[in-house]
Every structure is written in structure tokens, then in C-alpha cells.
Write a protein that binds this ligand. Structure first.
Ligand code: TUI
Length: 318
């Protein structure tokens, strides 16, 4: 399988690993890049120094291209935006906002910028700012999400911009990759499936929760703050759901209750207080395996589907 995304990024398979705060470190990113996808280091939970160290670690672990995800709400945004330039990172993905302010400096440094968007409006804005592609992420995704589903967002973004579109949110296997290509995307970004990669360094409790998740096991909370977050149902996320419409709790208090809870889940496996962010495909994740195996499985499933797709055209009998 080859798509224009492979050429654009110099990768073998059209699969990007999502940049997940407190999760996507140099080990996971390098494993995905070594397997022919695009690994991504998350800069969300780090300052410039920590991101620089993580980038250098990844450079030691792989000679393939990898990227850094910059969350635009990060308190360390200014320093991190410069660190990726200094370290000559080839690809940046951004999330949770419009990266326009940083685009001139990144483009000047020759960095390929691929913003994550949740609407056609922001997709058009970032295209005008010089993005080389966009990741259209539907609300099936884990973490901070928009309103539209992947099924409706991806074709609408494809119709709104000329740059290549990558699908994200609700994609966990070859069916999702094949469907994304049919919607007009040139590849996919997956986060949740990589949570259980052998090379993912999160707490085993987090991995077990993803593997044991069933179809209705995630919940989005935080709409009252304007940025809903999808996570596995847990004592913490159920409490947040209860507080969502409790107006005796101020927005500031609500926000404070969420602070630090992703770290508690990812690094400490705190079942009571942790926020185990995951997408709706958690129910489809059945086993822990190497990142390379995940990529090979997803790509070969998609190839099998696409190779047999003309059965629906009446050319072959079903
Ligand atoms: O950013 C994500 N997912 C994330 S970030 C994150 S860290 C966090 N931790 C605790 C609480 C909240 C967040 C966990 N998951 N995905 C990319 C994404 N970007 N999804 C949606 C968007 C987005 C939303 C609005 C992109 C652009 C946008 O523009 C709106 C505007 O007005 O600028």
C-alpha cells in the first residue's frame, strides 16, 4: 500500500501514531517510525528542555523520520515551538487550536506542519497558513475532541481544502484504514491502538483497561468548559460526568478537578483518580503487541479489503 502521504513524509505505510500527552515518548515514536509509520513524540506535558531530550533520544533509536505533536494549549508552547526548530524535527502536528502564530517560523525552518483539525473552518485557515496536510479528527477519538464524527468530518474537510487529508478518530484496524481512503483521506492517524503497543511505556493498568473495554466504555466530559475530553469510564470520569451540569461547582473548580489526572493514569495507573483517555475503538483492541505488528496487521487487513472491493460492483460474485 502506497499513498501520497508516504511520499510526503518519506514513510513506508500511511499510518501516523497520534501524539498523546504523557504517553507518546521517544520509545513509542521510534518503534512506529522503525516499523514504517510516522512516530510522534508528544510535547504536551513537557517543557522545551524535556522535549529536546526526548527528540535526541528518538534520534538515537531511529534514523527514520518522526514528528513532534505540539498542543497549542500547552503552558510551555513558546519554548517548545523553538526547540523543534533547533532540533530540526522534520514534521510537527498540532492540536487543540489554530497554530497560525507559529507557522512562519516553522515553515522558514523547513518543517512540515500537519495540524489536527475538528472543523472545515480551521482546516481552511491552516491551509492558508502553509500546512502541508491536515489531520481531520472526529469525536470518536480519545482525549480533547470536536463535535463531528470522522464519517462526516473527513469528506467535508476533503471538499474544503486542496492539501492532503489524514483521517483520525475511531480508526483501529484495517477496516478503518480502508474506509478512510474511501472517504478521501490519504492515510490515518491512530492513537488508542498504539496505547497497548509493547513499546508504549504507560502503566500496565492503563493497557489492561483498554484491552478489557467494551463498546460503551468511553464517555466525553467537559463540554461546559468548551473542550470535551473522551476517556474510559472510571470513578474519575463518572464523577466529572456528574459534575458536568452541577452549577454549584464553578468552571474553575471543574477544571481544577481534571488537572494532573492524565498523568495519574498514564504514569501511575491510578484507577480511582486517573483519567484514562481513549477513543471509542478501545473495544476493538484485543491484545498487546509490538508496534510493527500493529502497523503490518492494519495495512494488510486494509489491502485485503481493498483488493476485494470490486465484489460490490457486480464484477465478481460475492
Ligand atoms: O488535542 C487533541 N487531543 C488531546 S490534547 C489532550 S491534553 C489535555 N489534557 C487535559 C485536558 C484537556 C486536554 C488530550 N487529548 N486532539 C487534537 C484536536 N484538536 N482535537 C480537536 C482539536 C481542535 C479543536 C479546535 C483543533 C483546532 C481547533 O480550533 C478551534 C479554534 O477556535 O482555534
Amino acid at each position: 500500500m502506497k499513498t501520497p502521504l508516504c511520499e510526503l513524509l518519506g514513510i513506508e505505510y500511511p499510518v501516523i501514531q497520534g501524539g498523546m500527552a504523557w504517553v507518546s515518548d521517544a520509545y513509542l515514536a521510534a518503534a512506529v517510525s522503525n516499523a514504517g509509520g510516522l512516530g510522534i513524540i508528544s510535547a504536551m506535558s513537557s517543557n522545551a528542555e524535556q522535549v529536546t531530550a526526548e527528540i535526541r533520544k528518538a534520534k538515537e533509536l531511529t534514523d527514520k523520520p518522526f514528528g513532534v505533536n505540539i498542543m497549542l494549549m500547552s503552558p510551555h508552547i513558546e519554548g517548545v515551538a523553538q526547540a523543534v526548530i533547533d532540533e530540526k524535527v522534520p514534521v510537527i502536528t498540532t492540536g487543540a487550536g489554530n497554530p497560525a502564530k507559529f507557522m512562519p517560523a516553522w515553515l522558514e525552518a523547513g518543517i512540515k506542519v500537519i495540524p489536527v483539525v475538528a472543523s472545515t473552518g480551521v482546516a481552511k485557515l491552516v491551509e492558508r497558513s502553509g500546512a502541508c496536510a491536515v489531520i481531520a479528527e472526529g469525536g470518536e477519538a480519545g482525549g480533547h475532541i470536536g463535535e463531528s464524527t470522522t464519517m462526516v468530518l473527513v469528506p467535508q474537510v476533503c471538499d474544503s481544502v486542496k492539501i492532503p487529508v489524514i483521517a483520525a478518530g475511531g480508526i483501529g484496524d484495517g477496516r478503518g484504514l480502508a474506509a478512510s481512503l474511501m472517504l478521501g483521506a490519504v492515510g490515518v492517524q491512530m492513537g488508542t491502538r498504539f496505547l497497548v503497543a509493547d513499546e508504549c511505556t504507560i502503566h500496565q493498568t492503563y493497557k489492561d483497561k483498554v484491552i478489557n473495554a467494551r463498546d460503551l466504555c468511553t464517555i466525553a466530559t467537559g463540554r461546559r468548559l468548551g473542550h470535551p475530553v473522551r476517556a474510559l469510564k472510571s470513578p474519575f470520569s463518572r464523577e466529572m460526568a456528574n459534575l458536568e451540569y452541577d452549577m454549584t461547582v464553578s468552571n474553575e473548580e471543574f477544571e481544577r478537578k481534571g488537572a494532573g489526572t492524565l498523568r495519574l493514569a498514564a504514569r501511575e495507573g491510578d484507577e480511582l483518580r486517573g483519567s484514562f483517555m481513549a477513543g471509542q475503538i478501545a473495544a476493538m483492541v484485543k491484545k498487546q503487541q509490538p508496534a510493527a505488528e500493529i502497523i503490518k496487521e492494519v495495512v494488510s487487513e486494509a489491502e485485503a479489503i481493498l483488493n476485494n472491493a470490486d465484489k460490490w460492483l457486480g464484477i465478481k460474485s460475492v
